[in-house]
Design a protein around this ligand. Structure first.
Ligand code: MG
Length: 415
């Protein structure tokens, strides 16, 4: 009997206060279902609408088998394509179909991708703090957990948190997160100098510019950070300024990582073919799920570019599991960003409440141990969802504030 899609459900949940969207595909086989991540935290209802009103009628009754064909059907069906809302909706279905495929084969997904290149996935964690002393204390905490790669920021991404415009902004300037780019550059260079002086060169350090500089400033910062041996400098340029990568690359040997905002293969093709970046780090649900991510990984391998998939808090554990399964089977894997979905004995104290809730909602997520993350050996993605628990943490519809970033004269900046 052909296994068919019987229902496609959208599950909204926010156990950590971040809106997560998970797609559940039910089949005509009793007990056989799949889960996928469709998390676009800041437009969750729009993604849900695309899935429920457009994709579900398109796919119910179809065989679950032909994922490649279904992916292209979803991708082309609305005629206009490659947008973040539609890509996340497509990803939810695509991952759920891969989850079902693994369950039908009775294999974890990494097996279907060719098997393991390594037993565990090395991950990097985010280290922040009010000053270099606090940052170095946090580096030591993570070192004790076996973490060897850390992304260091002082006070987030260089601006103060959302609030009133500063005194030197024009009269009437709106509230926001204000950043003085020159001060951020000076502080960041000093931060890495101080960290290296205090903890030495044994730890691999990354830094995320988060697209908050003008291109020429990004070149200046990259050159100035060279003595501190960064593992990579992340998102030095906005995705709209891709041509600047040729100039940046020609000026510095600092390893470059880019891509969490990419939607469209056209945005990464030239960067990879011209070897202008070292790490491609797309957000897998944002490009449409496992099917395009596997193609991108294999494409990047041909040009010596490694993967460092985006793994933030605004991604569901189902999405994290998809990252880990692809990482395990990728020869050109670099490092995995890990936002802290550890089993309870590894949870650091200040995160205890929300992380426990996350584990209640998503049993079976990949486990962190001594610097590495391991997929479980259950068939498919290996993660489940407890729908009763998920309902306890409803999503919020509030206005997104952290994206309202401004230069000191009040001009909006990419967040
Ligand atoms: Mg980033």
């Amino acid at each position: 009997m052909t296994t068919k899609i019987e229902d496609i459900k959208v599950i909204y949940t926010a156990p950590e206060g971040i809106n997560l969207i998970v797609v559940k595909i039910e089949t005509n086989q009793p007990g056989l279902y799949g889960l996928g991540c469709a998390t676009f935290a800041y437009r969750h209802l729009a993604v849900g609408c695309v899935i429920e009103e457009y994709i579900k009628p398109l796919l119910v009754g179809k065989s679950v088998e032909n994922i490649e064909d279904i992916w292209h059907l979803m991708h082309h069906n609305a005629y206009w394509r490659n947008g973040p809302i539609s890509n996340n909706a497509i990803s939810g279905v695509d991952m759920a179909l891969w989850d079902i495929k693994g369950k039908m084969a009775n294999m974890p997904l990494y097996q279907l991708f060719g098997g393991k290149c390594r037993e565990g996935v090395p991950v990097y964690r985010h280290v922040d703090g009010r000053d270099v002393n606090e940052i170095c204390e946090n580096i030591e905490k993570y070192r004790e957990q076996g973490i060897t790669h850390m992304r260091c920021q002082c006070g987030g991404y260089g601006g103060d948190g959302y609030g009133q415009a500063p005194n030197n902004a024009p009269i009437g300037a709106p509230d926001g997160i204000y950043i003085d780019t020159k001060k951020y550059m000076r502080d960041t260079i000093k931060l890495f100098e101080d960290i290296r002086n205090k903890v030495g060169f044994e730890v691999s350090l990354c830094h995320d510019v988060h697209e908050r500089l003008r291109p020429i400033e990004a070149i200046q910062l990259a050159k100035a950070l060279e003595p501190y041996d960064l593992f990579f400098l992340e998102d030095p340029l906005p995705l709209e300024q891709g041509e600047w990568f040729r100039k940046l690359r020609s000026q510095t040997s600092i390893p470059l990582a880019q891509g969490e905002l990419f939607n469209n293969p056209y945005e990464w093709r030239c960067l990879i073919v011209e070897q202008l970046i070292d790490y491609i780090r797309v957000h897998i649900s944002q490009i449409g799920g496992i099917t395009p991510a596997r193609k991108l990984q294999i494409f990047a391998e041909q040009f010596g570019v490694r993967t460092a998939w985006h793994g933030p808090g605004d991604m569901s554990p189902v999405g994290h599991a998809a990252n880990i399964h692809i990482d395990l089977a990728s020869h050109n894997f670099g490092v995995q960003e890990w936002s802290g979905t550890e089993p309870p004995n590894f949870i650091i104290q200040e995160l205890k409440g929300p992380k426990e809730a996350l584990l209640d909602v998503f049993p079976g997520l990949p486990e962190f141990k001594d610097g590495y993350v391991y997929a479980n050996d259950k068939p498919g993605l290996g993660v489940d969802i407890d729908e009763k628990e998920a309902k306890k943490y409803p999503c919020e519809k509030g206005i997104t504030k952290w994206t309202q970033t401004r230069l000191i004269d009040g001009t909006l900046l990419t967040p």
